[in-house]
Design a protein around this ligand. Structure first.
Ligand code: PEP
Ligand code: MG
Length: 561
């Protein structure tokens, strides 16, 4: 019997046969030379054609995808035609190596360079290695490496999934995901959540699960076991019976006694917004505008920006849409705003801070948001990411007023903003807690790293206290200024109840989570939620807080969550 413990990153319980990702492509032998009679020019041309073919394939898959999948595929497609990768391969071919061997070695060099840069750049090294394997497969005339096919739906087990693989996961054939690597904010985790696929990451020993063997995967608890008994079968049935219903939401988010908490969606563009509206979101609590322009090397023009924002507003006529200004930097670099050589990008010139290094971009973005808002029926609010001081909040509010935007707000995702929320809220109309960054900065734990997953947990007592303080800052001002949550914490049904108990007024999440959060909220009164918030605050540990709250929310096990 095998029991594995990892980090649960997407809830749901499933039973299925294990299928391992196929072994990676064999490396071309070291020193492999150009075949007799092939010139270096011919080999470079073949290599370029293969690389462009891979790029076009990824691009066309990006065109068919939405949201995170689209962003991941677009970024990987760019990597396939990366001039640095191709130039260093061409040099090696000129020195006599075969095209396959040359791209292989060039991939190693570029990946190692990215790895040395750390943080976001280090994560991109997996993209380079993925692209390299695809190019070699194309040169060999083989199908691209990737997810196995099987007549029966299965549980996919891998060391970590390449972004392009994750982005094309087919939820009909893959029941759940287990990786031995990866972190809570890895591509695998984010996309599994978006697809509603139960997933466990950082499960050491997953590689040893027998191929074809049946396992029970619990994506909330973060466990995988080969001991499948009646209890597991019942849990998986409960999830199966409820998962389709939980994928959408209808009506109004509210507690059992009618305290309304609008359930909003996090979106990255117009396609996402349309899907969110179809899933029953009551509005948009976070439009990540940087997601609209991840593939841009230069600042998007006014008309392009107006069209991107207007497309989102059109999905929510008469509803609230909170637009976040560009949050470039760290895990989301934009070449026209960020410096890729920063030694510590998460603590660098990121989000609102780029206004000091690239003056004008924010002002032009606000003008485009205002123009799109003027032509739409949506109720448009605007907020800045990475605000750290009351003075920054005041400056941002001034810029919004100058652009004609009536409802300025800030993200509270830096601990200093939570601690000074009372002063910050004197300058702006609302705050939105970004618990992903608030957790990484409060705990000094890179949100991308698997080994820090336990610290990077929004149930941590320090994070709950920062949420409490932010709400207290609003109350100190008469409580009139709304404080919402738009980090991943809002998508955890148990934590959502705690957040409401702490006094947050809206919850914004991936649309996939709306049904589960709505059901959890409807199962408690506001007084229950307040009591559960106290239960969570009383615990010394994240795990203790989570377990104590979950124990008092029977709806979760009824729904298989
Ligand atoms: C957050 O930090 O919680 C947040 C919502 O912003 P992002 O995940 O885009 O950094
Ligand atoms: Mg953030």
């Amino acid at each position: 019997m095998q029991n594995l413990a990892g980090v649960g990153v997407s809830p749901g319980r499933v039973i299925g046969a294990v299928r391992h990702m196929p072994k990676p492509l064999a490396a071309p032998p070291a020193g492999q030379r150009l075949p007799e009679g092939t010139s270096a020019e011919e080999a470079v041309a073949t290599l370029k054609a293969a690389a462009l073919g891979v790029r076009d394939d990824l691009k066309s898959r990006a065109a068919a995808a939405t949201g995170d999948a689209k962003a991941v595929l677009t970024a990987t497609a760019l990597m396939a035609a990366d001039p640095m990768l191709l130039k260093s391969a061409a040099k090696l071919v000129a020195a006599g190596l075969s095209a396959e061997r040359a791209i292989w070695e060039a991939g190693d060099t570029v990946a190692a360079m990215l790895q040395n840069l750390g943080g976001y750049m280090a994560e991109r090294s997996a993209d380079v290695l993925d692209v390299r394997a695809r190019i070699v497969a194309a040169l060999r005339g083989m199908p691209a490496p990737g997810i196995p096919s099987s007549a029966e739906p299965f549980i996919l087990v891998a060391e970590d999934l390449a972004p392009a693989d994750t982005a094309t996961l087919d939820a009909e054939h893959v029941l759940g995901l287990v990786t031995s690597g990866g972190g809570p904010q890895s591509h695998t985790a984010i996309l599994a959540r978006a697809l509603g696929l139960p997933a466990v990451v950082a499960a050491q020993g997953a590689g040893g699960l027998p191929d074809g063997g049946r396992v029970f995967l619990d994506g909330a608890a973060g466990t995988v076991t080969s001991s499948v008994g009646e209890e597991q079968v019942a849990a998986a049935r409960a999830w199966q019976a409820n998962s389709a219903a939980l994928a959408t939401f209808s009506g109004t988010g509210a507690t059992a006694d009618g305290h309304e908490v609008p359930l909003l969606a996090n979106v990255g563009g117009a396609k996402d917004a349309a899907a969110a509206a179809a899933a029953g979101a009551q509005g948009v609590g976070l439009l990540r505008t940087e997601f609209c322009f991840l593939d841009r090397d230069t600042e998007p023009g006014h008309e392009e920006q107006v069209a991107a924002y207007a497309g989102v507003f059109a999905a929510f006529p008469g509803r609230k849409v909170v637009v976040r200004t560009l949050d470039a930097g760290a895990d989301k670099p934009l070449p026209f705003l960020t410096d890729a050589t920063e030694p510590n990008p998460a603590l660098g010139v990121r989000g609102y801070r780029t206004d000091t290094t690239s003056p004008g971009v924010l002002q032009r973005q606000l003008a485009a948001i205002a123009a799109a808002a003027a032509g739409s029926d949506a109720e448009v609010w605007v907020m800045a990411p990475m605000i750290s001081t009351p003075a920054e909040a005041a400056d941002f509010a001034g810029m919004c007023a100058a652009a004609g935007l009536k409802t300025p707000g800030v993200m509270v995702e830096v601990p200093s903003a939570a601690l000074t929320a009372e002063s910050i809220l004197q300058h702006v109309d609302f705050a939105s807690l970004g618990t992903n960054d608030l957790t990484q900065y409060a705990m000094a734990a890179d949100r991308q790293l698997g080994p820090l997953a336990a610290l990077n947990n929004p149930w941590q007592p320090a994070v709950l206290q920062l949420v409490r303080l932010t709400v207290a800052g609003s109350h100190a001002q008469g409580g009139g200024k709304p404080v919402g949550v738009c980090g991943e914490a809002a998508a955890d049904p148990a934590l959502a109840v705690v957040l409401v108990g702490l006094g947050v007024s809206t919850l914004s999440m991936s649309p996939r989570s709306l049904g589960a959060v709505g059901a959890a909220l409807a199962s408690v009164t506001l007084a229950d939620a307040r009591r559960l918030a106290m239960v969570a605050l009383a615990s010394d540990t994240a795990a203790g807080a989570q377990a104590a709250v979950r124990a008092e929310l029977p709806i979760l096990s009824e729904l298989g969550l």
